[in-house]
Write a new protein. Structure first.
Length: 618
C-alpha cells in the first residue's frame, strides 16, 4: 500500500479512505487509535483477533499486515483492485436473488467501477462520520443488521465513546454545538428504507435511556472541536488572535505585481503548461472567459465543481477550487484584470462528499504543494488580496489610506468618527425607518441589546470609515417582513448589512426554534493566510466550534470569498473578537466597496436608527 500523504492536520486523516471503507466490511468490530511505543496506531478487533492495522512512523502511515481485511477496495499486495462488499450493504439494483446477504457479490455480473462508486456514494454519510470519530480518538464499535426473510431492514449500527479530553465539556464548544452528557457517547443507526435509500434513523448523544438528537454534521464538528492534541499534527492548535495581541495577517497591497523579463516570462509559462498537463487540467481557455469555461464544463458533463488554474500577465499562477468554477472565475476577473487564461479540472466526487468544501480544500492543498514543488510562481495564498486599478472609493478615502486602514481598522475608524456622521438623517428615502427599528427590537426579544452591540463591533472593526461611507457604499436594513429558506420559510431576517449589492452580515431568527443565527462574509485568502487550506480549516473549526464555512455565491464577491455561518450570537461575538476573522471580513468589505457603490435603491431600506443604536452600544 502506498504511503498516505504526510502531515494532514488530523493525523489519521492520512488514511481517511481506509477508515471509511472499514464500515463496509460487514463484520462486527471495534476500531480506535492509540499511542504506542512505535507512534500512533490504528487498532482493530473482531471476534477472532485484536491488533495494529496501521502504524504511523512520524511521517506517514504504513499497513501493518498483508492479510489486513480493513480495506475492501485494496488487495493484500497494496494494489487498487476492487473487491465486492457484502450483498446486504450493496445497492439493491446490484443484488442477485440467490445472493447470500453476508457474502460479497460476484463482480463478474456487474460493472465493477459503477458498483463500487454507487456503494460508496450510498453509505458516504455514515462512512465519513465513522472516519471522523475514529481519527479524532473515539473508540468506535460497528454492528450490522442483516435483513431477514421477515423483511427486517439492513442496517449499520455505530456506537462510539469519546476519548479523554480537556475540551469534552468546554463551555465554548457547548454554547455552539449544544449540551453534552456527563459521559460522552454517540449512537448512530444507519438503516435501509423500503425505497432502497439509506438514512440515519437514530443519531445523537446517549444520555442514560434517552438519546439527545444531533445531526451527523454536528457530531463530526463536536469530534473535531474536542479532539485531544495527540490526534493532531503539530501547529494545528493556535490561540485565538484576539484584540489583546498584535495582528498576524499582512494588509492588502494596491500595487500590481511587477513584470519579469521576456525570457523569464517564457520559462514561467512553460512550467505552468507542463505542470497543468501532468496534473490533468484541460487546455487553457484564453482569454479567461466565464461563459467559455461554463460551456467547456457543460460539454465535459462532469459537473461544475473542481479546481482551476489561473495564469496572470506576469507569468504567475493561482491554484483554486470552487463548487462553481465559472462563477468563481467571474469573481477573480473583477479584482484581478491581469488574468490571461484559465485551465480547469473537474471533480465529480466533490458533490457526493458530506462536507464538499473540505473535500475540495484537501485536494486543492495537494495541488498547491505540487505547484510549489514544481517551481511555479504561485500567488497562493496571501498575495491574492492584491487589488489593482482605481476605484470611486479612492475619491473619499485615498488608496494608500485604505491599505493603512486595513492594518488597524479600529484605529482608522476612530479618526473617522471624530469627523462625525455624514449621512443625511433627513433623507426622504429613509422616512419611516423608525418603525422598522421598533419592529426589530420586538423581533430580537431578549437579544434586543446584544444585536446592536455586535453590529457596532462589526462596523468599527470590519467597515472602512463607516461614518463617511454610510449610505453611499453600505446600508443596514431591518425589514418588517422578510423570510428565507424555501417554502415554507425556515427563518426570518432580523437585519442585513449590505456592501454595494452584497450581503456581508445577516442576522436571522429560526421560525421553529426561535434561535438567532446568521452569516458573515469574509475573504478566505485573508482568513487562512499562507497556512495550507486543510490545516487552516481544522484550526478554524477548533477555534470557533459550531461555525460552518461555504462559498460566498455573489457575483461581486472577491476571489476566495466565504460565508461563515454562525449558530447563535455568542459564536458571532467570539468571531468578532478574533483579529484574523475581522481582518478577513474587513478585506471582503473593502474589496466590495472598490467594486461598486451602493445603488440608490438600497438607501430606501436603510435604517439609520439601528446604525445609531449600534454605534452607541459598542
Amino acid at each position: 500500500m502506498a504511503a498516505a500523504e504526510p502531515n494532514t492536520p488530523i493525523i489519521a486523516d492520512g488514511i481517511s479512505s481506509e477508515l471509511q471503507l472499514a464500515v463496509l466490511i460487514g463484520v462486527p468490530s471495534n476500531m480506535w487509535i492509540e499511542t504506542t511505543e512505535a507512534g500512533l496506531a490504528v487498532m482493530f478487533s473482531d471476534a477472532d483477533e485484536t491488533g495494529v492495522l496501521y502504524q504511523h512512523d512520524g511521517t506517514a502511515w504504513r499497513l501493518e499486515a498483508d492479510d489486513e481485511p480493513l480495506s475492501p477496495g485494496t488487495s493484500p499486495d497494496g494494489t487498487s483492485e476492487l473487491s465486492a462488499f457484502p450483498a446486504f450493504l450493496s445497492p439493491r439494483r446490484f443484488r442477485q436473488p440467490d445472493a447470500v446477504p453476508t457474502e460479497p457479490l460476484p463482480l463478474d455480473k456487474v460493472r465493477a467501477d459503477d458498483y463500487y462508486d454507487e456503494t460508496v456514494s450510498v453509505h458516504r454519510p455514515v462512512m465519513q462520520l465513522v472516519q471522523t470519530l475514529t481519527a479524532t480518538g473515539w473508540r468506535v464499535r460497528l454492528g450490522y443488521v442483516v435483513p431477514s426473510p421477515l423483511g427486517d431492514p439492513a442496517g449499520i449500527q455505530v456506537r462510539a465513546t469519546a476519548p479523554p479530553s480537556e475540551r469534552l465539556h468546554d463551555k465554548v464548544v457547548q454554547r455552539a454545538l449544544g449540551k453534552v452528557p456527563g459521559i460522552v457517547k454517540v449512537v448512530a443507526d444507519w438503516s435501509e428504507h423500503r425505497d432502497g435509500t439509506w438514512a440515519f434513523d437514530r443519531i445523537g448523544f446517549v444520555a442514560g435511556d434517552d438519546i439527545w438528537p444531533r445531526s451527523d454534521v454536528i457530531l463530526a464538528d463536536y469530534a473535531v472541536a474536542i479532539a485531544p492534541p495527540w490526534t493532531l499534527a503539530d501547529g494545528v492548535d493556535a490561540p485565538l488572535n484576539n484584540f489583546r495581541s498584535a495582528p498576524t495577517r499582512p494588509a492588502i497591497s494596491l500595487t500590481p505585481p511587477t513584470l519579469p523579463s521576456e525570457p523569464e516570462l517564457v520559462e514561467r509559462r512553460q512550467r505552468i503548461d507542463q505542470w497543468a498537463i501532468k496534473n490533468g487540467y484541460t487546455d487553457e481557455v484564453r482569454p479567461a472567459n466565464p461563459s467559455a469555461v461554463k460551456a467547456l464544463l457543460a460539454e465535459q458533463g462532469k459537473g461544475f465543481a473542481g479546481y482551476y488554474l489561473l495564469e496572470f500577465r506576469n507569468g504567475e499562477c493561482y491554484v483554486g477550487q470552487s463548487v462553481s468554477i465559472d462563477k468563481r472565475l467571474g469573481q477573480h476577473l473583477l479584482v484581478h484584470p491581469d488574468t490571461v487564461s484559465v485551465r480547469v479540472k473537474t471533480d465529480p466526487d466533490a458533490s457526493l462528499a458530506t462536507n464538499t468544501l473540505r473535500h475540495l480544500l484537501r485536494e486543492e492543498r495537494a495541488l498547491i504543494h505540487s505547484a510549489q514543488t514544481a517551481g511555479l510562481h504561485a500567488r497562493n495564498k496571501s498575495e491574492m488580496t492584491v487589488v489593482t486599478g482605481s476605484s470611486s472609493l479612492d475619491e473619499i478615502i485615498p488608496a494608500d489610506e485604505q491599505a493603512e486602514w486595513l492594518s488597524a481598522p479600529e484605529r482608522g475608524n476612530r479618526t473617522d468618527a471624530l469627523e462625525g456622521r455624514r449621512f443625511d438623517l433627513a433623507n426622504p428615502a429613509v422616512a419611516g425607518s423608525d418603525r422598522n427599528f421598533r419592529n426589530l427590537t420586538e423581533l430580537c426579544g431578549e437579544s434586543a441589546g446584544l444585536v446592536p452591540r455586535v453590529l457596532g463591533q462589526y462596523l468599527n472593526r470590519c467597515v472602512v470609515h463607516p461614518h463617511a461611507t454610510e449610505g453611499h457604499y453600505w446600508n443596514l436594513s431591518a425589514p418588517m417582513k422578510a423570510y428565507r429558506g424555501g417554502s415554507p420559510a425556515r427563518c426570518r431576517t432580523i437585519c442585513c448589512l449590505t456592501v454595494g449589492m452584497v450581503e456581508t452580515l445577516v442576522i436571522l431568527r429560526d421560525l421553529q426554534t426561535g434561535d438567532i443565527d446568521g452569516f458573515m462574509q469574509v475573504n478566505g485568502t485573508a482568513l487562512f493566510g499562507d497556512t495550507d487550506p486543510d490545516t487552516a480549516y481544522v484550526q478554524f473549526k477548533r477555534q470557533h466550534p459550531g461555525v460552518e464555512i461555504r462559498a460566498a455565491d455573489y457575483h461581486d464577491s472577491g476571489p476566495d470569498n466565504l460565508n461563515i455561518d454562525f449558530p447563535n450570537l455568542r459564536v458571532l461575538t467570539r468571531l468578532l473578537e478574533d483579529q484574523n476573522v475581522t481582518r478577513a471580513a474587513a478585506t471582503a468589505t473593502l474589496l466590495l466597496m472598490r467594486v461598486r457603490r451602493a445603488p440608490r435603491t438600497r438607501q430606501s431600506t436603510h435604517c439609520p436608527e439601528l446604525v445609531t443604536a449600534a454605534w452607541n452600544a459598542d
